[in-house]
Design a protein around this ligand. Structure first.
Ligand SMILES: NC(=O)c1ccc[n+]([C@@H]2O[C@H](COP(=O)([O-])OP(=O)(O)OC[C@H]3O[C@@H](n4cnc5c(N)ncnc54)[C@H](OP(=O)(O)O)[C@@H]3O)[C@@H](O)[C@H]2O)c1
Length: 259
């Protein structure tokens, strides 16, 4: 008799960490739902995955998660297809605008929708079915930037901090019912993130030893959610630094505005 395969829904699967999640979860035997705006990239990734892991069923969904309707549309489309994910990887994200950028407030709101409310709504819509099946694994990709507030970062860091708080509260509420929720907090990771966010110069000016591969970050994230850890800081260096970030004294230093 064929074993029923698990299904993993991954947002931001067209590049970087999302693409790596897709490959590692296909390697673990999951079918996939891949979500992003660049459909052509999703198709290329799906082709590569099927070549490497034949038999993987892949559904691509083109969606812009900065639009408030996107999580509901993704949920409805999967309901119509009879697909209910066992893994939910809320990974889509970008560096985004500066908090004080003089762009229309609507553009700030779109960014907050992508980084925050879309993640909350995906959890709100998909976790109840996981609870009814007594199995679910949810990773909300946060950041080391969400572990400490710092002068000059009033958008990205605070939104990632919300994902940490949300994941902790969700995990406390659901892990006794078979659903583990983790906030994955990577530090600097080699992906397209810094190129997309115009941060390449910053990347060139930082030492190599503070950079980790997407492969390592994703492996650590999948291991952590399996173990039921609500927060996983990724990379040995960042795990060592994290307790310092939580100290009152370090937090004061990070709040000094050097500009
Ligand atoms: N790289 C790092 O150093 C680092 C460190 C800590 C945390 N993170 C977090 O890791 C996550 C993944 O980033 P990455 O490093 O893999 O960056 P990346 O290589 O630039 O990938 C970002 C992914 O997010 C998707 N995305 C962006 N905006 C979207 C939107 N409006 N709607 C739907 N999908 C969207 C992109 O797809 P499309 O453009 O095709 O839509 C792409 O697949 C992010 O949440 C980021 O904040 C990254």
């Amino acid at each position: 008799m064929n074993k029923i395969k698990k299904v993993a829904l991954i947002t931001g699967a067209s590049a970087g960490l999302g693409q790596e999640f897709a490959k590692q979860l296909a390697g673990q035997g999951c079918d996939l739902v891949l979500v992003a705006r660049r459909e052509n990239l999703l198709e290329n990734i799906a082709t590569e995955i099927v070549e490497n892991w034949p038999g993987t069923l892949i559904t691509n969904i083109k969606a812009d998660l900065s639009e408030p309707s996107a999580p509901r549309e993704i949920f409805d489309e999967l309901l119509d297809l009879g697909i209910s994910p066992n893994y939910l990887i809320n990974n889509a994200g970008s560096a985004g605008p500066d908090f004080f950028d003089e762009i229309p407030w609507e553009e700030h709101l779109n960014y907050m929708t992508l980084m925050q409310t879309s993640v909350a709504e995906m959890c709100h819509r998909f976790i109840p079915k996981m609870l009814s099946k007594k199995f679910g694994r949810v990773i909300n990709v946060s950041s080391v930037a969400g572990r400490i507030s710092r002068a000059g970062d009033c958008h990205y860091g605070p939104m990632k901090a919300y994902l940490v708080a949300l994941s902790e509260a969700l995990n406390a509420s659901t892990h006794n019912h078979g659903v583990n929720v983790s906030a994955l907090c990577p530090g600097f990771t080699h992906t397209d993130f810094h190129q997309v966010g115009d941060l390449e110069e910053m990347k060139e000016n930082t030492p190599r030893f503070i950079w980790y591969s997407a492969q390592t970050v994703v492996q650590e994230g999948l291991r952590a959610v399996e173990k039921g850890r609500s927060i996983q800081v990724s990379g040995r260096l960042y795990r060592w630094i994290d307790p310092l970030f939580q100290s009152v004294w370090t937090r004061k230093i990070f709040q000094i505005n050097r500009q």
